[in-house]
Design a protein around this ligand. Sequence first.
Ligand code: BLA
Length: 490
Amino acid sequence: MKVEHDWQAHCEAEALAYSGAIQPHGALIRLDAKLCVSHVSAQFDAYSPYSAAALLGRPLPKELADVLAHSLDKLSAEPGSRCELVSVSLADDSRVDIVIMQSNDGIIIELMPHTDTVISAPQYSVQMNTPQNSAQALLLHQETAVLIQQLTGFNRVMIYAFRDDGDGDVLAEARDGEVYGSYLGLRFPGSDIPRIARVLYLKNPWRLIPDSQAQPVPLLGQQQSPPDLTWSDLRSVSPVHLAYLNNMGVRASLSLPIVVAHELWGLIACHHAEPRTLSLQVLRAASRNARHYSLAIAAWQAASRMRFMDSLSSRFKAMRMMLLRHGSILTAAAEIAPILLEQLNACGLAIRFGDDWVHVGDVPAFNVLEMLDDWFERDCPEVIYSSDNLILTHPYTGPLTVAGALALKLRTRSGDSVHVWLYRKELCSQVEWGGNPNKPVEYQDGAFNIAPRRSFDKWVDNRKGYSLGWHNEDRIVALHLRHLFMEIYA
Ligand code: BLA
């Protein structure tokens, strides 16, 4: 079983965007609203003919300003707007790639050494057709993982998808012989990628960490306060995550966001055992493919959701007729039960109308049923409630004959409460985690420290006391049922 802890609040509090430092594979200049340099990374002269001290507090040197003028004009005022310049010559013979980003309160300019890369498009493409079913979706996940692996040369590439509860599953994996072990099919706890980090990945086209052991480079500024690096590619990495990569035996990592309906659906997570950096051209090609893949996944999800919504009224048409024929939901209960139990994969049904109860199939003992219902009536602010482990969510009930329940409530025209409960039996199942998800806190020097787990070997959790989980679609069905009951009784 996975346990939630207070340390998660600590993880969520890290000011990732205000680290005041960058990774050392490039250099950064920040311009303020007056287009003067407010911050610059130390050792700027390693990437350009200019020293950090010569830049601070001044407008950009003329030569750099000329090179960037067109891009700076093109940049929109919208935070996150960006321009990418490949192979720009500065004063000396060296060439750099430049990314310019509009930040909330300034402009970020990042320089990286340019390396020539040839990307032959046909070799690195997949027909991103919209999958029609889960088998086709799995094939698309696999093809995409292989494609990104070929394109980036990373040892292991995974399609990592978030679940409704925030944890995530590795749905597909492509790897070469250089890399230890497989994460295919394993689950990882949501806390491995805190929400603060997900917000950043949703906004940016990639997150590249070429060397998890490299020393960060501080930003020098005229003011003490660090600038907002939300949109910076080079932003230094959270120390907790560096420890995580280290514990995984990963030296370089790349994450490409998979965005569906404006939400982070998952990540294409890439690992390399040795330090590895990628040229801007390769990053752009990988990002383009990740966006095409996101669109295919989004279209598939939208089509499945539409089919599901369209099927709702036909699935309960017969039940509606029965309810109308009976007039009372209590007398209809025996007849509608098989439909409700089948549609919601439940083992028992209990219905309360005013002070009267009727039940069909496996339901908890009557005193327990009433205890839960009192709580639902008085203390639950939601009209739909679900739990896949009643003993965990309502420990006062004592042992139960069922493990999970979904409930909905409404009031009739005459003010009676109608509560409908559906129960699910315990389902003994196994979850294979990438390491024990319960051990992120370590006891060190007399204090508890937040530390990522040390082992990512498969850790099997025999789930006891849980029913089959109630998913989003079950809740949509419950909402539909509530509407249907309200239409008849309220
Ligand atoms: C970031 N955690 C990340 C990232 C991934 C993961 C993919 C994005 C950065 C990257 O590309 O490396 C986690 N990596 C995974 C998972 C898989 C994988 C699940 O390959 C599965 C296959 N991490 C912890 C704990 C904390 C934590 C306990 O384990 C909180 C204190 C934090 N993870 C954490 C932070 C980041 C992160 C802060 C952001 C790093 C950054 O962008 O600076």
